[in-house]
Write a protein that binds this ligand. Structure first.
Ligand SMILES: Nc1ncnc2c1ncn2[C@@H]1O[C@H](COP(=O)(O)OP(=O)(O)O)[C@@H](O)[C@H]1O
Ligand SMILES: [Mg+2]
Length: 247
């Protein structure tokens, strides 16, 4: 079927990639250096029966990567989530990791990490996170990289109107339980949160210094660096509360 302008719906929720569009029940994304790995990963997840990710459908005539459109709602903003939502996200992340364990793509690492598992890359159906999207940052790694990042973005916040820190910490425990994080890893989950917050500062600082492939103004990037620093300071200041909840 010919592609008319009416069929092409820009998808502007993301913060990174220019030119993501929906056409019918597919999503088209400009190809990037990450494309071959993402294609192989989504095919692996499909082969191993993981249903919480788009299917990779190949390149279209314009050379864009084509994915299945996952129906539902993708949050644009961070906000507090219920324990049930956090638990679903944690279980989904575990299932995704297990589907990559021992694979050629994971290589000598434990699993393939998504590396950007915030709520902004989750598709919710009837209020429940059912799939992850946006696998551009995926790479072999340790589960803690993803779980640490999720503990931050799904459960913790430095904002003045955020839930009290002990509720945030209790929710980090909900996430760790739902993921099934083992004892030794739980003991370093707060370190993993801090590490991911620091890595976020570096990511945006490098984006500011460099390539210009990221869809953000200098002012937006500066805001994200400042926010990541505040989040890191918040986690560090309340480290004992988070660790006690996980013990
Ligand atoms: N496979 C998909 N199914 C449903 N919605 C999608 C899919 N891929 C992308 N989207 C929508 O497009 C937005 C931007 O895509 P995303 O891949 O997250 O790019 P970015 O790198 O900009 O974050 C997402 O926030 C989501 O709303
Ligand atoms: Mg995204």
């Amino acid at each position: 079927m010919a592609e008319t302008d009416d069929d092409v719906v820009p998808l502007r929720g993301g913060r990174i990639t220019c030119g993501v569009v929906r056409i019918g029940d597919t999503v088209r994304r400009p190809a990037s250096a990450a494309s071959p790995f993402v294609a192989a990963l989504l095919r692996l997840l499909e082969r191993r029966g993981f249903s919480g990710a788009p299917r990779y459908l190949g390149r279209d005539q314009a050379g864009r990567d084509t994915f299945s459109y996952v129906p539902g709602w993708v949050p644009e903003k961070l906000r507090p989530w219920t324990d049930a939502q956090v638990a679903s996200a944690g279980a989904l992340a575990r299932a995704m990791h297990e589907a990559t364990r021992g694979s050629r793509l994971a290589g000598r690492h434990q699993v393939v990490c998504h590396h950007d598992l915030g709520p902004n890359n989750a598709v919710f159906q009837d209020g429940t996170p059912m799939a992850f999207i946006d696998f551009d940052m995926a790479a072999p790694g340790s589960p803690l990289e993803d779980v640490g990042y999720m503990a931050w973005l799904w459960c913790a916040s430095s904002k003045a109107d955020a839930p009290p820190v002990d509720s945030q910490a209790a929710q980090v425990r909900v996430l760790a339980d739902a993921y099934g994080l083992a004892g030794p890893e739980r003991a370093v989950l707060v370190d993993a949160m801090l590490e991911r917050q620091a890595r976020n500062v570096r990511f945006w600082a490098e984006a500011q210094a460099g390539s210009g492939t990221v869809e953000a103004t200098r002012a937006q990037i500066a805001d994200r660096i400042a926010w990541s620093r505040r989040e890191h300071a918040h986690t560090a200041a309340h480290r004992g509360v988070f660790e006690a909840a996980l013990a």
